[in-house]
Design a protein around this ligand. Structure first.
Ligand code: ATP
Ligand code: MG
Length: 329
């Protein structure tokens, strides 16, 4: 499938979502907004769980039971979790689609369906591989993980990129960094630090390859990654991660509050950067930033009820009036 995008998500019984909750997206940018603790990140967890994620740490749990809605004053604990993803090939009404469903009951095994046909986990994952959807488990940036790539040392950074892109040899990785990732990283950074220059250098030490990142900031201030300020680090890390993600054929990126601690003058640059990324990838973003919300094709407002369970207060195709009506920002 080409131009595939996530059109619709249904979540039931997953973490803070007690009742069946639906949200529809378009192929551009969908932003999920709401106060702290309302369940926004739980939505991204549900999406990756439906795509087969089994690493509890990556869906912010210690135990399997934590995935089930725990129960509240108004709702009993969930006995079943069901997450359904509808994907579509292009925006046309009659465009082909695919429906993926993962379900888990408290006593039973997981069940997987594609278009209502039941599959074993292995067959389900293989099918998802064929659609490049399993790559979506990698093309996610979780809250507070924005800097992790910069904080790695050059050797760990090189290994991370080689592993995520499944590049067999070091030579292949060096070539890919030089010819493909480097130029895209430079393009992304030119939005974010317009007068700066960046360089990715494959270095060798003790016969091990590493990746050094150098940023020449305006005023001829040459800095290596670890010497950058907090905000500069986040910008650089975001641009590099997305340049790496771009090499995976994943149809969408999930971004959880990734706009770094930008000062106001940088918001416009971030907008231009995100627009460029969204030209070729669907972005599902959690954000609190007005400037990012303004870019959205669809806006999704999550709230909590009095008992603490989450619900979708609204979602709509971008409309300034509705933004004001719902006091989105
Ligand atoms: P922030 O903006 O602070 O990142 P958020 O909207 O992303 O907030 P989440 O991390 O998605 O918030 O949701 C956290 C909420 O979900 C917490 O209130 C937590 O108690 C609740 N929660 C998590 N797991 C369960 C569960 N199994 N049952 C019920 N509620 C749960
Ligand atoms: Mg969150």
């Amino acid at each position: 499938m080409n131009n595939i995008y996530l059109e619709d998500v249904n979540i039931e019984g997953f973490k803070s979502f007690s009742e069946k909750t639906n949200m529809g997206f378009q192929s551009g940018i969908g932003v999920i907004i709401g106060n702290n603790g309302v369940g926004k990140s739980n939505i991204l967890d549900a999406i990756v769980w439906a795509l087969g994620e089994n690493d509890l740490g990556r869906i912010r749990c210690y135990e399997k039971q934590e995935l089930f809605f725990a129960g509240s004053k108004d709702y009993p604990p969930a006995s079943k979790i069901r997450v359904e993803l509808n994907l579509k090939e292009g925006e046309k009404k009659d465009a082909p689609g695919i429906q993926l469903t993962r379900e888990r009951t408290k006593n039973g095994e997981d069940q997987y369906w594609i278009d209502k046909t039941s599959y074993t986990r292995q067959a389900y994952c293989q099918k998802l591989d064929a659609y490049n959807l399993r790559h979506c488990l990698e093309t996610i940036i979780r809250q507070e993980q924005i800097n992790d790539l910069i904080q790695l040392n050059p050797w760990q950074r090189f290994d991370y990129i080689r592993q995520i892109l499944d590049l067999e040899s070091e030579e292949e990785a060096v070539e890919c960094l030089k010819e493909i990732i480097g130029p895209l990283f430079q393009r992304y950074m030119s939005y974010l630090i317009p007068l700066g220059e960046v360089r990715l250098d494959a270095i060798s030490k003790n016969e091990r390859k590493g990746l050094e990142i150098e940023v020449n900031l305006p005023g001829n201030r040459l800095r290596r990654a670890h010497q950058l300020s907090g905000g500069e680090k986040s910008i650089t890390s975001l641009a590099l991660k997305l340049a790496v993600f771009h090499q995976l054929e994943s149809p969408f990126f999930l971004l959880d509050e990734v706009e770094p601690s930008l000062d106001y003058t940088n918001h416009k640059s971030m907008q231009a950067f995100l627009k460029d990324v969204a030209d070729s990838k669907q972005l599902i973003m959690i954000t609190h930033l007005r400037s990012t919300i303004a870019l959205a094709n669809t806006v999704h407002g999550v709230r909590t009820r009095w008992d603490g369970s989450s619900f979708m207060k609204f979602y709509f195709v971008m409309d300034e009036r509705l933004l004001r009506l719902y006091k989105c920002c």
